[in-house]
Design a protein around this ligand. Structure first.
Ligand SMILES: *[C@@H]1O[C@H](CO)[C@@H](O)[C@H](O)[C@H]1NC(C)=O
Ligand SMILES: *[C@@H]1O[C@H](CO)[C@@H](O)[C@H](O)[C@H]1NC(C)=O
Ligand SMILES: *[C@@H]1O[C@H](CO)[C@@H](O)[C@H](O)[C@H]1NC(C)=O
Ligand SMILES: *[C@@H]1O[C@H](CO)[C@@H](O)[C@H](O)[C@H]1NC(C)=O
Ligand SMILES: *[C@@H]1O[C@H](CO)[C@@H](O)[C@H](O)[C@H]1NC(C)=O
Length: 573
């Protein structure tokens, strides 16, 4: 059996460019062609074993995925000229006149009925096997529909478009792949509050996630700057809190986004960040927010505008009841998680809360505990599991249910502290996995002493976390082996103070792909060695070309000189 690391050291004429790297793969070098008339079969017909998911069946998920895969193979495929030495395509492409062997059929076998399409981490077996024989029989077998979808993504990546006759071929037959993810939670956190993102941008991002075998899109839905989600029970939230009336997601939009995700194996997780980061609530419901747009803002919040939920206001509980009563029934058919935020609560702001008038953690802590307990009880009653930011556990020492997933961002020590407390953890250390960093500060600095102090206007987490750094991050670093199972996976974070639809693709990709391979394949390869940029670079460059062909504007991984040469040619010595 060959492993991808071995293949990486062959000259770059078509390295086996599967992204993320499968757990194991062996291949030959025979040519097979494939045509749109290829017969594709799928053994499950309308099995309906997921009653909590309205309307979804195994075949209603797999059959459209087959159509999309065929569309990609035949309409958006890749002539790999950037990936082979200058003017040598003809040496790797099959001769157009030689007799052809075709892939006659692709048989897809799902070995078990689906239990759910909104899994908790680990609830769905996403593994798959893929074989293509030299004579042209292709098979994907998987335990679940989502395993089938991953197998189809890998299948697509084995094929190229011929530069002259436009036929679609592979030159890797026979192929045998056994694959499964290392971590069950592989996500992107997209902040849709700091800037407005139309639905189409979110759907395109879900596409990109699914191609990279990423399976979670966490929408940081609300923050101090805007509330872009319609809550019919509390209409002023979006009417006053969106950046502009109608720049908000209607219930139909949310349902469409969630359905789109379910169909692609990407679970949408919505976050309402609280009790901090809630100024936008105060635009429609001013009595609920303390320290509203308070100045000087650094005294009361991490970034302007300040505002934090009043914690001892008798109107807060009915508001939460209305909010969660509205949203939970809408998201529950499509997601098993709801994120209640909890980062960066500013104690000082509670001096300005007329219902608290104290910055003492001993006063504030129990009030936060009560808020979190009540909201988590609502989330559980709707059949979902809560997620919180790490501060709720590690700074405020809240007592959290064992079902609560704790999302870390500050350090590896945080991950270790969360698992030491027996909680499930998500990683996303901001020194490695923050996509916003390094683009400079977004605050305007006046002339005078502040100008000198802030020069050269770096942001708080500069420099840029480039794909190589993201790729170097080991989600398990610092976690004792006995607690590895508590690390569900992680998310890269797209905080959007300086990102909107114009630069979204380029900010997210290909860096989210790099995290995707860490989360799917693991930081180490099958032999226990760290995965290498020398192996990853050419494969990521190829993945980039495939994504561009599918309409996602991913920035280049390397200049063409590098992608046309052995990966060691563009290395430090
Ligand atoms: C597998 O494919 C690579 C090209 O990516 C090729 O160099 C290698 O020879 C193939 N393996 C076998 C056993 O043919
Ligand atoms: C994939 O292949 C492995 C090894 O042969 C086997 O153990 C596993 O059951 C297969 N999985 C499926 C879904 O066929
Ligand atoms: C919360 O409000 C109640 C009723 O106004 C008051 O009795 C109580 O002291 C307040 N608690 C705190 C911690 O301020
Ligand atoms: C939480 O516990 C830590 C460690 O024991 C302590 O340093 C911190 O002050 C506590 N926080 C609160 C709000 O009590
Ligand atoms: C492997 O990568 C980790 C970071 O993920 C790094 O700390 C370690 O030094 C690397 N090991 C080797 C042998 O390069």
């Amino acid at each position: 059996m060959l492993f991808p690391t071995f293949l990486a050291f062959t000259f770059c004429s078509q390295v086996l460019a599967i992204w993320p790297a499968p757990q194991s793969i062996s291949n030959g070098s025979a040519v097979l062609w494939i045509e749109p008339s290829v017969k594709v079969t799928y053994n499950i017909k309308n099995a309906y074993n997921a009653p909590e998911n309205w309307g979804f069946t195994s075949s209603s998920i797999v059959e459209p995925a087959i159509s999309r895969a065929l569309q990609t193979l035949f309409q958006n495929n890749l002539v790999p000229w950037k990936l082979v030495a200058r003017n040598t395509l003809s040496s790797i492409e099959p001769s157009a006149n030689a007799p052809r062997t075709y892939i006659t059929h692709l048989d897809i076998t799902q070995t078990a009925p689906d239990k759910t399409f909104k899994p908790l981490a680990g609830e769905v077996d996403e593994s798959y096997n893929l074989t293509i024989s030299k004579s042209g029989e292709a098979q994907i077998s998987a335990v679940s529909a989502y395993g089938v979808l991953h197998g189809l993504q890998t299948f697509i990546q084995l094929f190229y478009q011929h530069s002259t006759n436009h036929g679609i071929y592979t030159n890797l037959a026979p192929v045998s792949i056994i694959d499964a993810p290392k971590f069950p939670h592989r996500g992107l956190n997209l902040d849709v509050s700091r800037n407005w993102f139309p639905k189409a941008d979110i759907l395109r991002t879900i596409d990109g996630l699914s191609w990279n075998k990423l399976n979670r899109l966490h929408l940081h839905m609300t923050d101090s700057q805007s509330w872009p989600m319609d809550i019919p029970a509390l209409p002023l939230l979006a009417q006053k809190g969106a950046y502009q009336i109608r720049l908000s997601y209607s219930p139909a939009d949310i349902q469409e986004i969630q359905t789109y995700g379910v169909q692609r194996g990407v679970e949408i997780i919505i976050e309402f960040d609280m009790p901090g980061h809630t100024t936008a609530i105060g635009l429609g419901y001013p009595d609920l927010v303390a320290a509203f747009e308070a100045h000087p803002w650094p005294d009361y919040c991490a970034e302007p505008p300040c505002g934090t939920l009043q914690l001892n206001n008798s109107a807060t509980a009915p508001f939460m009841e209305a909010l969660f009563g509205d949203v939970l029934p809408r998201v529950a058919p499509y997601s098993s998680y709801f994120h209640t935020g909890g980062d960066e609560v500013n104690q000082n702001a509670y001096l300005l809360d007329p219902t608290v008038k104290s910055s003492d953690a001993a006063v504030i802590g129990p009030l936060i505990q009560k808020l979190v307990d009540e909201n988590h009880a609502r989330i559980r009653a709707a059949g979902l599991a809560p997620i919180v930011w790490e501060e709720m556990l590690l700074d405020w020492n809240l007592t959290l249910g064992k079902d609560v997933v704790v999302q870390t961002w500050l350090s590896d020590a945080s991950v270790a502290a969360v698992t030491a407390a027996g909680h499930k953890a998500l990683v996303g250390n901001y020194d490695f996995w923050y996509l916003d960093c390094g683009h400079g500060d977004w605050l305007n600095v006046p002339n005078g002493p502040a100008f000198q102090e802030n020069y050269p206007f770096n942001d708080y987490c500069s420099p840029v976390k480039n794909w190589r750094l993201i790729y170097s991050y080991d989600p398990l670093s610092g976690v004792p082996a006995a607690q590895h199972d508590l690390v569900l996976g992680g998310e890269v974070h797209m905080w959007s103070e300086q990102t909107d639809p114009v630069n979204l693709d380029d900010m997210v990709w290909p860096r989210a792909s790099a995290a995707g391979e860490v989360l799917w394949s693991g930081r180490q390869d099958a032999s226990g060695q760290n995965r290498s940029q020398i192996s990853a670079g050419p494969r990521l460059a190829e993945m980039r070309e495939r994504m561009v062909n599918l309409g996602v504007r991913v920035g280049p991984v390397q200049m063409v000189f590098c992608t046309q040469h052995d990966a060691t040619e563009c290395s430090p010595s």
